[in-house]
Design a protein around this ligand. Sequence first.
Ligand code: DON
Length: 556
Amino acid sequence: MNKYILFSIFTLFINCNKNETKQIKAAVVSARQEASDIGLNIIAKGGNAFDAMIATDLALSVCYPNAGNIAGGGFLVYRTTDGKFGSLDYREKAPEQATRDMYLDSDGNVISGKSTIGGLAVGIPGTIAGLYEIHKKFGTMPWKDLVQPAINLAKNGYKVTNKQKRSFDSKKEDFIKINGKNTFYATDYKIGDLVINLPLANTLKLIQDKGRAGFYKGINADRLIQRVKETGGIITSNDLVSYSPVWRARIQFKYKELLITSMSPPSSGGICLGQMLEMIEPFDISQYGHNSLKSIQLMVEAERRSYADRAEFLGDPDFIEVPQKKLLDPIYLSNRMKSFNWDNATLSNEINPGNIIFKETEETTHYSIIDKLGNAISVTTTLNGSYGSKVFVKDGGYFLNNEMDDFSSKPGVPNMFGLLGSEANSIMPGKRMLSSMTPTIVEKNNKLYMILGTPGGSTIITSVFQTILNAYEFKMSMQEAVNAARFHHQWKPDVVILEPKKFDSDLIFKLKEKGYNIEEKFSRIIGRVDAIMVDEDGNISTGADPRGDDFSSVLK
Ligand code: DON
């Protein structure tokens, strides 16, 4: 071996080692590697976390069509590097022709499927208006440069993963039912196939050239309205043109030395997370042990009480008065926990006749971003169900949401996540449907500590709740906190859902003995958390959920 080769091997070794120990300067954690890489590349080129958000989001609309979207909606919670917080609501709204009883038959019964599949399920999309608004306020790179990577991805194609193939296959019948047998995503994809979506590339080009008008006006608006009409829906051009996102006051609360900022109504996420943490704070949960009998009991009882409040009091604050202060009041919450005892489960007062009927795996999507300056972004975005309403705008290359199902079609009748609602979440024109999305940012001792969130419908809030406790109380690394087995309770139905095969039989036996109804066979994944942690010394680490194809792209 000559000296040169020896020298090269030696320097390679040093570089590898350096790479391993080099600190992470920025990170994007999302549902797909393509999207995380695209976001990170924007940061590497000098963009900030908001720039990266726009590029990541649009990339997900291409390569993660079950949840990534241009025709859905979402929520952003951010913390700038100088400690300023804010949040943007770009949630869908009910169309102007929507009515309170639009999903009921003449006898007043909910018509199955009407709020979940087809044109009538579609809410007015908010995503592009939201991204455009964020760019106006925080963007540092030209809009067109942030849209371009998604256009390239749509033109060059993304590879079908194993999990994605299963997802396409499982929805194929619905795609065909709504869009005909030649519809784009009903193709028999194999793992590794390249999906090239030129119509979507063209729509993104319109958005690139015309900004929000490229989506809400002109040819794309015409296509969208036409497609909604063909499939039984009621969206008008006025609905599209008049859509606007809203900067909302943040929800912020303390848990021990943590300051937690999350999404306010129309999401229930922030309030419910605050309630649950406040209810368990007086207990020394770290002493009970992670996923121990006592920890599960305590957390389930807090969850039960919070979801009961959710069903009664929460909805769009532009339409109803949300008693936010009262709901987060420590005395109110401590009174709520007075009925809790360690011997027996508190029974949710009556078993709901319906059940959780929604057995899907991947629908909403969350991503977390930190840039080189320390700006933090937490975004959850969705079409609601997997591929939303299944209505595909053929010439536009995208699916439309079925967010209308997040309204309460009728008090006492559960939606597809088994969630109940009341008048507070009834349908009205222009109203936003109640959400569970919980994009969250946590500070510890005034410093950025965690950025996290997850999909999972009703299980979103409880997954975020558990992940924060896993890291903070049970001292897990970010990745361990994300990986750890999860459970869920939502008041009604009165059942504790456990991730299958992850909890031991002795624990399950003891929970049953105390009167908890346990459901372990449920096939739905409880959350897919994508998170970032910053330790006290400023070291960044990530957690991408192995339950999906989620991926952390990091800059060193
Ligand atoms: O806003 C909500 O709460 C629901 N539309 C979220 C849907 C969801 O998370 C589906 N994912 N698994």
